[in-house]
Design a protein around this ligand. Structure first.
Ligand code: ADP
Ligand code: ZN
Length: 434
């Protein structure tokens, strides 16, 4: 088993807690002193930095939400002098106005360490050729993995996203062994390889590091097969640093949170109450040693579960399960909570590719749910009756999973837009009405 920083990645839990406590005390002082917005939040709650003596006091601190970041846009949470900042990144704006995050040289360094741990945990070393097909620029995906690939001494191929023909050509010409991109783009690359008549055995790829959006176990198996690799999940968000807040190891069953840099909590999103390990809720992060943009108890709106079990890889960091999606991705259809990932699971289980679009509307005060899924060209040689029967089967399978029926439309291959970055799969027309 290889590790990048084994002394901390495999430290005993007491050591991790001690490191966290020491860093937390200093971080709260730093934020209280340098971020008036958060000082006000603490004052309103009647909490002083001296009240925070260890991680057991974490729950006393106020939360930060995306709304706070929007209110204080752009510099309100900057905790160092502007002259100390060496870079900015911003969120993809998937769910609203972009958030801008700031980094000192030290912040970039620790973020790249986190991503390097991810590369090593997936089995990469300096002999690898790392093709990075995450977007570069304001998005954190490209830069984070790029820095990590440098740190590890890999040959780094900074493709950025898109231009699929060129991706495949470079992959073959250079013998890329590691691919980093969103899972939806990985699926598309797999599909494009097949369409070009290239078998997975004709490439040198062996490892995929995919994240930045929710994806299911079914999708993982699908991508592993189409690209002939082992696919690992990586999680992160701009506000906390970027990809690498948590990463998957050889066990491929959850992501280790880099706990020497970030404390993870799960809360009840309605009450803010901290939930015990193993319970599902909203993920909250506290940055322990970031200087420029140190979030304390930042509410991610991602829904998932944390567990601390002995892991076969030897790491002791707590693990987060694959996030089901964001609380704001959750669709409430006829009063039932539905996540796109549940529908994705059904589609792949029923043998379809993960190319789909979900449309929700409201007709005569009734919510409607339409799912568009691609059917292979061979499928379209069926009779209309056979296609209708397939649509019905899929609709029943969806009902079994989410409890409500959907109208399924099988559409020709290629008719659903492919994504080079984060896929947009849900169109909620109801929002247009209000
Ligand atoms: P935006 O919030 O605008 O998309 P980011 O680019 O910072 O901005 O994306 C961070 C978000 O992406 C996370 O909060 C989470 O919802 C999602 N995300 C990132 N990695 C994963 C992953 N591995 N699995 C599921 N969701 C992920
Ligand atoms: Zn592990």
């Amino acid at each position: 088993m290889s590790y990048y920083q084994p002394e901390i990645e495999c430290a005993d839990v007491e050591t991790i807690r001690r490191v966290q406590s020491e860093k937390l005390v200093k971080q709260v002082e730093h934020v209280y002193k340098n971020v008036p917005y958060y000082r006000d939040l603490m004052d309103k709650k009647g909490v002083k930095p001296s009240d925070i003596r260890s991680i057991d006091d974490l729950h006393k601190l106020p939360f930060i939400s995306k709304y706070d970041l929007r209110d204080s846009y752009p510099y309100g949470f900057l905790a160092v002098d502007k002259s100390e900042v060496v870079r900015i990144h911003s969120t993809s704006g998937t769910t609203g106005r972009r958030v801008i995050a700031f980094y000192t040289r030290h912040d970039i360094d620790l973020w790249e360490d986190c991503c390097t741990r991810a590369l090593v945990a997936a089995g990469a070393d300096k002999e690898d050729v790392v093709q990075i097909a995450y977007g570069y620029g304001l998005f954190t995906g490209g830069s984070g993995l790029n820095g990590a690939s440098h740190k590890l001494g890999c040959m780094t191929v900074p493709m950025s996203s898109g231009n699929t023909d060129r991706q495949i050509q470079f992959m073959q010409d250079l013998g890329s062994t590691v691919l980093c991109c969103t899972p939806s783009y990985a699926a598309y690359l797999g599909e494009s390889l097949k369409a070009s008549g290239i078998s997975p055995d004709d490439t040198s790829l062996k490892i995929g590091i995919f994240g930045a959006e929710p994806w299911t176990e079914e999708m993982r198996r699908n991508i592993e097969k189409s690209l002939g690799i082992r696919a690992y999940d990586i999680y992160g968000l701009t506000e906390i640093s970027g990809p690498g807040v948590a990463f998957e190891c050889s066990a491929q069953n959850g992501m280790h949170v880099n706990e020497d840099h970030f404390i993870a909590e799960i809360i009840n999103p309605d009450t803010g109450e901290v939930l015990p390990e193993g319970e599902k809720g909203e993920l909250v992060f506290t940055c322990l040693d970031k200087e420029a943009f140190p979030m304390l108890r930042y509410r991610t709106r991602d829904i998932c579960v944390l567990t601390r079990e002995k892991c076969s890889c030897g790491r002791t960091f707590i693990k987060m399960a694959k996030p089901m999606g964001r609380s704001d991705d959750m669709m409430i259809i006829r009063g039932v909570n539905v996540f796109p990932s549940q529908i994705e699971t059904v589609l792949i289980q029923c043998g379809y590719e993960p190319n789909y679009r979900i449309e929700i509307d409201r007709v005569d005060n009734n919510d409607t749910l339409d799912v568009f899924v691609e059917l292979s060209s061979e499928g379209f040689s069926d009779t209309v009756r056979e296609i209708t029967a397939k649509e019905k089967d899929l609709s029943n399978a969806i009902r079994n999973m989410i409890g409500i029926g959907a109208k399924v439309h099988l559409v020709p291959i290629g008719s659903i837009e492919r994504s080079e970055g984060k896929a947009k799969r849900v169109i909620d027309k109801r929002n247009l009405h209000d």
